[in-house]
Design a protein around this ligand. Structure first.
Ligand SMILES: [Fe+2]
Length: 141
């Protein structure tokens, strides 16, 4: 059985730089191991909030995310599948790089430490309002 809950949720990070440090990663041939897929530097850095919201609306929906799982899309947009290894650190421009994880078998464990640096919209009142609404809907407040 494969865990699809967090799989293929391709996105751009809200932060400019992402440091990914794998802690535990499965390496089972023939099984879904939740490998990282990146489309390096798909877009430029930007401090234009409406443009960022539009880009997220275009890229972070079910149809484009489904396309991102297809080999033709990976070929067209130079997607790279990475089997990350504990002990290594992976640094990429999360804001610019469309990325996500593939599916992972339910009985396999993958654990990753993520660090994000520099939020270009840190001072945005609109972003703060959206984040506040999202966190209160998760906690039921
Ligand atoms: Fe991310």
């Amino acid at each position: 059985m494969t865990n699809k809950n967090d799989a293929n949720k391709y996105h751009f990070d809200a932060y400019d730089l992402t440091l990914l440090m794998p802690v535990i990663t499965p390496n089972e041939k023939g099984r879904d191991c939740g490998d990282l897929v990146v489309f390096p530097n798909t877009r430029n850095f930007s401090k234009n909030l409406p443009k960022n919201i539009l880009m997220k609306f275009i890229y972070q929906n079910k149809i484009i995310r489904l396309f991102a799982t297809q080999s033709w899309f990976k070929k067209l947009f130079k997607g790279v599948t990475i089997k990350v290894k504990p002990g290594n650190a992976y640094i990429f421009y999360g804001f610019r790089t469309y990325h996500g994880n593939q599916e992972i078998d339910d009985n396999l464990i993958r654990s990753t430490a993520l660090f994000h640096y520099n939020d270009p919209f840190l001072e945005s009142k609109l972003v703060k309002f959206i984040e506040k609404r999202r966190s209160s809907s998760k906690t039921g407040l």
